[in-house]
Ligand binder design. Structure first.
Ligand SMILES: Nc1nc2c(ncn2[C@@H]2O[C@H](COP(=O)(O)OP(=O)(O)O)[C@@H](O)[C@H]2O)c(=O)[nH]1
Ligand SMILES: [Mg+2]
Length: 235
């Protein structure tokens, strides 16, 4: 009974508001109200939309890694956008990512940082230790890592892995992504993970490169990314 009175009152109040401030929508309002009452009667219960925050599906992410490894490509995929090519810091607003038909996750607002070394000290530690960040992705170009003539790139990637390891990223869900695996020949693919692991086997941070943490991906392959994020975001 109380519901009925409350619903009638709110329909009337909204009706008055529409008539005064948005008379052009009055017809739509009448039709909507008529459909609602026809469907559910006057005693309908208002069911608030699912509260994502209380279900703990609002998550913060950070994507770290050198330049041109695919960090922005990952954001583009998650946000269904296309904004590759930038090298500076880009703030993004909270957005929804649909894991599959029935599951979605809200990604907290955050920043897509450039890959330059100047960002390591400015952002890495802060982001890794930020309590609102639940998943820390570190991306590097696996092809360049194993194929470059000199070992400068390897040293560069390892220094960052060491930095991340020292900052205790293992307290979070740390995900290491070796990108550009589409550039390898088909017969080389089986050995990629093994070779990457061998290159750091004597280092403390080699634990970051075990099967549990290391994922090899072509970041231009949407199907692979969909499967990957389903695995990551499904508890
Ligand atoms: N072939 C290939 N290209 C990729 C891959 N990931 C990223 N790219 C390309 O690399 C370039 C740089 O990517 P971007 O996401 O802007 O890198 P960021 O600098 O780390 O943000 C873009 O042209 C991407 O399309 C990958 O896995 N394979
Ligand atoms: Mg970028």
């Amino acid at each position: 009974m109380f519901n009925k009175i409350k619903n009638v009152a709110s329909i009337l109040a909204t009706g008055v508001f529409v008539a005064i401030f948005k008379p052009e929508s009055a017809l739509d309002f009448c039709k909507m109200t008529y459909d609602l009452i026809k469907d559910r009667g006057l005693d309908f219960e208002y069911v608030p939309p699912e509260d994502y925050e209380s279900q703990n599906v609002k998550k913060g992410i950070c994507i770290l890694g050198p330049e041109k490894v695919g960090k922005t490509s990952l954001y583009n995929f998650l946000k269904s956008e296309n904004s590759s090519g930038q090298t500076t810091v880009h703030e993004y607003k909270e957005f929804v990512y649909n894991i599959d038909k029935n599951k979605s996750i809200i990604i907290r607002k955050g920043i897509d940082i450039g890959g330059g070394t100047e960002y390591i000290h400015r952002y890495y530690e802060k982001m890794i230790n930020d309590k609102k960040i639940d998943y820390c992705f570190f991306v590097f170009n696996a092809f360049k890592y194993l194929k470059d003539e000199d070992d400068e790139y390897q040293r560069h990637v390892r220094a960052r892995l060491q930095f991340i390891f020292n900052k205790n990223i293992l307290d979070k869900k740390a995900i290491i992504i070796g990108s550009h695996i589409d550039l390898f020949d088909a017969d080389e693919k089986a050995e990629i993970a093994k070779k990457i692991k061998e290159s750091t086997s004597d280092k403390s941070y080699s634990t970051l490169l075990t099967n549990e943490y290391l994922h090899l991906l072509n970041l231009n392959n949407e199907i692979a990314l969909k499967t990957f994020f389903e695995l990551i975001f499904t508890p």
